[in-house]
Design a protein around this ligand. Structure first.
Ligand code: KIV
Length: 292
């Protein structure tokens, strides 16, 4: 029997997300940074794949997202693109790529869309990014907003903390969401926001909210792939639920392999290649039959 690919729901696009929200569908978004992960995540039916600048934390070992460059993220976007068929592919705009003017911002976003074949970009910041969002949307680039905790602001914030905890701060978050919606974003990430405020925003705007540490009322949930699978280091934020512990699984596998090598039981004859009988006879080498 030939392998038949299972029927898959239709391709996710930026405009289709608004209709999903209207239908009350709960969609899912995960980060991915390389080809195999992208394939696995896409084939598992995840709706949105984000090549996030969390790349800096979980893959490149920078400790935060600030050092990530456009060239770095682009390499990962290209790799992920090759593994994604159905999910919407979104690329993060790294810190520094939208801080020196609208033309530079468009140039950077165009590289992610044209060279990386991302279908949308994500930009951190609320009302202060409205002009940039309008400009990008005007250039036919779909934009995902990101408010609440914006990790690229770590040097000003000092630490990753829940945002919007006072009435004033919560009102500012609401205004950020309205302003971004009005500027044309197709969705908004709400990171580390009290669930009541996330619910309020979700109910008041038409584009979907994508929550991370923002409670159950967001339209879509997102997590960092390495956090979900137990491949991150250090203390995890309370919103992360680890569904696997791949650190331990990997440690176990590589340790057993190293033991086998050191003990001389890897590779076995079946895991290596013997000299064909004719050549062995000519060279007067004794060979033994090996079970495949
Ligand atoms: O960079 C990232 O992975 C993100 C998500 C956590 C939303 O911004």
């Amino acid at each position: 029997m030939p392998y038949l690919k299972p029927e898959r729901p239709e391709k996710v696009s930026a405009p289709s997300l608004r209709a999903s929200k209207e239908r009350g569908e709960r969609l899912v978004c995960l980060t991915a940074y390389d080809y195999p992960t992208a394939r696995i995540v896409d084939e598992a039916g995840i709706d949105i794949i984000l090549v996030g600048d969390s790349l800096g934390n979980v893959v490149l070992g920078y400790g935060n997202t600030v050092p990530v460059t456009l060239d770095e993220i682009l390499i990962h976007v290209k790799a992920v693109r090759r593994g994604v068929e159905r999910a919407l592919l979104v690329a993060d705009m790294p810190y520094g790529t939208f801080h020196t003017g609208a033309d530079d911002t468009v140039r950077a976003a165009l590289r992610l869309v044209k060279e990386g074949e991302a279908e949308a970009v994500k930009l951190e910041g609320g009302q202060k990014r409205v002009k940039l969002v309008r400009r990008l949307v005007n250039e036919e680039i779909s934009v995902m907003g990101h408010i609440g905790l914006t990790p690229q602001s770590i040097n000003q914030l000092g630490a990753y903390r829940v945002q919007g905890k006072t009435a004033d701060a919560a009102r500012r978050l609401l205004d950020d969401a309205y302003a971004l919606e009005d500027a044309g974003v197709f969705s908004i990430v709400l990171e580390l926001v009290p669930r009541e405020i996330a619910q309020m925003i979700t109910e008041r705007i038409k584009v979907p909210t994508i929550g991370i540490g923002a409670g159950v009322h967001c339209d879509i949930q997102v997590l960092v792939f390495h956090d979900l699978l137990g491949m991150a280091f250090g203390k995890l934020p309370r919103f992360v639920r680890e569904y696997a512990n791949l650190r331990d699984t990997i440690t176990d596998a590589v340790t057993r392999w190293a033991e086998d090598v050191r003990g001389g039981t890897y590779p076995s004859d079946a895991e290596s290649y013997g000299l064909p009988a004719e050549a062995a006879a000519e060279m007067k080498i004794e060979t033994k039959k090996v079970k495949a």
